[in-house]
Design a protein around this ligand. Structure first.
Ligand code: NOJ
Length: 557
């Protein structure tokens, strides 16, 4: 890959590491930077180009590092700055780039800025956060926090409330304050000058709040939904352009903004290069299709035509202007093989099918640790085994309201973030080879069967399938550049699409069900007949019928 090219990230595949759960080199039960260094050869062998590190900064870990106490130092459990420098060097020497998580919608309440800010109303840092007096003896508005409870916390010292869209240990920063913005750009330049290769920006479209912070609709719940007043807020484009000029300009790096509530139209504005904001964003729309009106925990089965229509909309909307990121998994989402595939009889086949479906689309694919070996969701028997602040807050809030514990646990099994956060399964030794100590969160009990060592010993494993998909992206321009066309849009079980680049065509066929599926469409049949098979998860194809969870890709000129 030519990294002098300003668009190198269009041809890259990113691998996300959640450091706490990846590899523990010192036996304290918590993953660390040296553990990552040990596994760089493994990552290089997969063929990925970029590693995204979830936050590694000093943090009290209310939200596993997404609550930062000091942007300039490394979390003690993870290692030291010298070890980070070595990680960067070792990665670069293998041709791997590293992007960092940039969490600047909020800090920890233990950050020095917040300590100053809460100390008095006339402290110079007061305005770095969002403080308001009570209104009629109550919180300044009715917003609920994304992690349950109210979005405001009363602070006795100055008799005011501060805003926290996430946990009360994650106060929101006030981007209206230009000194705060300059401090953030300075911090970004510190990391860029170390030689990092970009940023994944945490809920970056939340940083501009609507003036007056009006109440939101309650939808029959306990709190108001303020999202329309903080998602894609009034000054978001102004701030991102400023950040680009003041921090990012001159560095040839990858930027990806995490953006709940962004539509394809918003995404074009954020990612069209002429606007000089970001390279790409993470959409949430396809991750919300198995939720009911009650939100994330109101689980409902996925209706495949909805997923197809949604992804097709993003593919076609960003075809000319802007760029897509492609993902099924991250540290906030359940494991895709359990979610949209089949994690029992067809685990290997469906994991490969899902990989194919995503990696043949237009955009930059992201692989989350363990996805490449088909790691599955976990079902802990007791709430005590869960560690995630979002899950625990929700559990307690619902339990108080009288919801049956079993019902709550069931939604956690399907949607909880700890599904993605159990330790990486390296081998069949105790604790899956992740640690010689006691892991900070229990290992998924399927590790004796599902682990890296077993996967690497198989001839045609999920891992080798990912390797092949990555190498197809490197060898065939059409995978990067081809336009996308959805086929069989109403079919309940087949996800079929074409990529088209001048006279070349790729046909991607994926069966999302455990039933064989007959192909009854003449256009698709003709494309199969004249095509050359590029990759499949079955060793032989019947062509007229897709076998359970089959994915096959045909190429023709
Ligand atoms: C999004 C992150 O991905 C998630 O893990 C975190 O809890 C919230 N933002 C708050 O930082």
């Amino acid at each position: 890959m030519n990294t002098n090219d300003n668009n190198w990230w269009k041809k890259s595949v990113v691998y996300q590491i959640y450091p706490r759960s990846f590899m523990d080199a010192n036996g304290d039960g918590i993953g660390d930077l040296n553990g990552i260094i040990e596994k760089l050869d493994y990552l290089a062998s997969l063929g990925i180009d970029v590693i995204w590190l979830s936050p590694i900064y000093d943090s009290p870990n209310d939200d596993n590092g997404y609550d930062i106490r000091d942007y300039y130092s490394i979390m003690k459990e993870f290692g030291t700055m010298a070890e980070f420098d070595r990680l960067l060097e070792e990665a670069h020497s293998r041709g791997l780039k590293i992007i960092m998580d940039l969490v600047v919608n909020h800090t920890s309440d233990e950050h020095e800025w917040f300590k100053q800010s809460r100390s008095s109303k006339d402290n110079p840092y007061r305005d770095y956060y969002i403080w308001k007096p009570a209104v009629s003896g109550k919180a300044p508005n009715n917003w609920g926090s994304i992690f349950s409870g109210p979005a405001w916390e009363y602070d006795e010292t100055t008799d005011e409330y501060y805003l926290h869209l996430f946990s009360k240990k994650q106060p929101d920063l006030n981007w209206e304050n230009k000194h705060l913005r300059q401090d953030i750009y300075k911090m970004m330049r510190f990391w860029l000058n170390k030689g990092i290769d970009g940023f994944r920006m945490d809920v970056i479209n939340f940083i501009s709040k609507a003036p007056g912070l009006p109440d939101g609709p309650t939808h029959g719940g306990l709190y108001g939904d303020g999202s329309s007043f903080f998602m894609n807020g009034p000054k978001i484009h102004e701030y991102l352009k400023e950040m680009n000029e003041e921090a990012l300009a001159g560095y040839n790096v990858l930027t990806v903004g995490e953006m709940p509530g962004a539509s394809p139209e918003d995404a074009i504005l954020y990612t069209d290069p002429v606007n000089k904001e970001l390279n790409m964003i993470f959409t949430f729309e396809h991750m919300d299709l198995d939720s009911g009106a009650g939100g994330k925990w109101d689980v409902k089965p996925l209706h495949l035509p909805d997923l197809k229509a949604n992804l097709a909309k993003w593919q076609t909307s960003l075809n000319e202007r802007g760029w897509n990121s492609l993902y099924w998994n991250n540290h906030d989402q359940p494991r895709v093989v359990s979610r949209f595939g089949n994690d029992t009889q067809y685990r290997t086949l469906s994991a490969k099918m899902l990989a194919t479906c995503l990696h043949m689309m237009k955009g930059t694919p992201y692989i989350y640790q363990g996805e490449e070996i088909g790691m599955t969701n976990v079902q802990f028997s007791s709430i005590q085994q869960y560690k995630d602040v979002e899950t625990l807050n929700m559990y307690h809030e619902k339990a108080v309201l009288g919801v049956e514990k079993e019902t709550i646990l069931n939604s956690i099994y399907i949607k909880g973030r700890d599904n993605a956060r159990t330790p990486m399964q390296w081998d069949n030794r105790e604790h899956a080879g992740f640690t010689t100590g006691t892991p900070w969160i229990d290992v998924n009990s399927r590790y004796p069967d599902i682990n890296v060592q077993n996967t690497l010993a198989e001839d045609s494993s999920i891992f080798t399938h990912y390797q092949q998909l990555i190498s197809l992206r490197k060898t065939l321009e059409i995978v990067t550049n081809g336009t996308f066309k959805l086929l069989l849009s109403d079919h309940p079980s087949i996800f079929a699409y074409e990529r088209i680049d001048k006279s070349e065509q790729l046909l991607v066929l994926c069966n999302f069900s455990e039933e064989p599926q007959q192909i009854e469409d003449d256009y698709v049949m003709a494309a199969i007949q004249k095509g050359k098979l590029l990759i499949s998860n079955y060793s032989s194809q019947t062509k007229q019928t897709l076998q359970p969870y089959e994915s096959s890709v045909y190429y023709h000129i």
